[in-house]
Write a protein that binds this ligand. Structure first.
Ligand SMILES: Cc1cc2nc3c(=O)[nH]c(=O)nc-3n(C[C@H](O)[C@H](O)[C@H](O)COP(=O)(O)OP(=O)(O)OC[C@H]3O[C@@H](n4cnc5c(N)ncnc54)[C@H](O)[C@@H]3O)c2cc1C
Length: 390
């Protein structure tokens, strides 16, 4: 088979957007994976997007296929915050621009087959590609504290591996964490009639947009915050320029990154959590299975007996956990602590292998953790590959 110019692994917001941009430049592209799989199958049912509407657009060269355009085309009422189902449907509508260049099969393996790459698909078919773009998201990077490693999925799950919240009705559930995922899962499970307790290490919970008036001061607010709304006052503006961020020393980039994505809940959550038990300043020291139940020992000396634990403990980027990349290939990619070292065009140290999305956040800043980064990533990648990709 004739090699394609670019194979993109992953059909989430980043893979779909990059595919559309590359196609518009006349390159032969194959985007692999089920469109919007992570959003459709891993996020909890009923979830609302934390990002504002303007920061929830996928990217195409003319900025024509926006969320708003989708709502108009499907005669759907515009909602803010954006419901998960609307976003998934939007992504699937957007995907149509790729036509037959989208291939829903999973990539099982990527090998270097110099000067190209060879991709092995789930049914054994092999595809040659001149360049590979990895847009495979954060699914494999879930953080699971060691004390919960030995539990089955019946007893312990991560926030990012469940969609059906109704199955927890009447159950006692401890939710560990203080970020958006933990707090929103707590609200959804509470509304599904589960008996919830949130256990958070932080001494108090943080809420995004605590001072809404700062966002309503016209041009002054625009100076303080970018429309993507990633990060606090001032930092938000810097984060909106990933190319500039990529030029800063790593230590400064890391500071900006951690400050911009610290654990916090959306401003619509405090009201929904008003009657939920929340234990701050406490960690779980020990977890023991007692039949079908779990006994938790907390750092303040307290004990809890629950039916299920949900981990809202975030994720940690580590590209060696992409099981489709062989250890030989991983070994050749220069990294800083699990993140690939990337330069302009989202190039890794292995020629013609690129990473976009969360794996690029250590090089280009925290915008790349969010859908809002798809526009920069697609344009930067396409401009590089259009010049050098074939
Ligand atoms: C609970 C939660 C809430 C969030 N809320 C927001 C929000 O409101 N706004 C926001 O901007 N961001 C939010 N995020 C961050 C979000 O994950 C990213 O913005 C977004 O998903 C990035 O898109 P992506 O394409 O990089 O990754 P994904 O959407 O994860 O897409 C990657 C895709 O690659 C596929 N894939 C992986 N391996 C293979 C393979 N071998 N072959 C084929 N396909 C493969 C996966 O199935 C997946 O569908 C949230 C994250 C979580 C966990």
């Amino acid at each position: 088979m004739k090699p394609c110019d670019v194979a993109i692994i992953g059909a989430g917001p980043y893979g779909l957007s990059a595919g559309v941009h590359l196609r518009a430049k006349g390159m032969t592209v194959r985007v692999f994976g089920e469109p919007m799989d992570f959003w459709a199958n891993k996020m909890p049912e009923g979830m609302l997007l934390r990002s504002p509407r303007v920061a929830s657009n996928l990217s195409d060269p003319d900025r024509a296929f926006t969320l708003e355009a989708y709502e108009a085309a499907s005669k759907k009422k515009a909602c803010a915050p954006v419901p998960l189902d609307t976003f998934v449907e939007y992504g699937r509508w957007f995907r149509q621009q790729l036509g037959s260049d989208l291939d829903e099969r999973t990539v099982l393996r990527v090998d270097r087959d110099k000067p190209d790459f060879r991709l092995t698909l789930q049914d054994g078919e092999e595809i040659q590609a001149t360049c590979v773009v990895i847009a495979a998201g954060i699914g494999p990077f879930r953080k699971k504290p060691a004390l919960f490693e030995s539990f089955s999925r019946q007893q312990v799950t991560h926030c990012y591996e469940g969609r059906d919240v109704r199955k927890f009705a009447g159950k006692r559930v401890a939710i560990i964490g203080a970020g958006q995922s933990a707090l929103e899962t707590a609200a959804l499970l509470h509304e599904a009639n589960a008996q919830i307790e949130v256990i958070a290490r932080q001494p108090h919970l943080n809420w995004i947009g605590k001072r809404p008036w700062l966002h309503h001061m016209g041009p002054i607010s625009s100076l303080l915050y970018s429309s993507h709304d990633v990060g606090p006052l001032g930092i938000s503006r810097l984060v909106a320029y990933p190319k500039l961020v990529s030029q800063l020393p790593l230590r400064l980039r890391d500071k900006i990154r951690t400050r911009a994505v610290r654990p916090a809940g959306s401003r619509w959550l405090p009201e929904r959590l008003a009657s939920v038990k929340i234990m701050t300043g406490s960690t779980v020291l020990k977890a023991t299975a007692v039949g079908d139940e779990i006994d938790l020992k907390l750092s303040d000396g307290g004990e809890r007996r629950v039916d299920h634990v949900v981990l809202g403990t975030g994720y940690r980027v580590d590209i060696s956990r992409y099981d489709f990349l062989s250890q030989d290939l991983i070994g050749e990619i220069k990294q800083f602590d699990g993140y690939p070292k990337l330069t302009s065009g989202f190039r890794s140290s292995m020629p013609k292998l690129h990473f976009i999305g969360a794996t690029a956040a250590r090089s280009f800043g925290p915008l790349l953790y969010f859908v809002a980064g798809t526009d920069f990533a697609s344009r930067e990648l396409t401009s590089h590959l259009a010049k050098n990709g074939r």
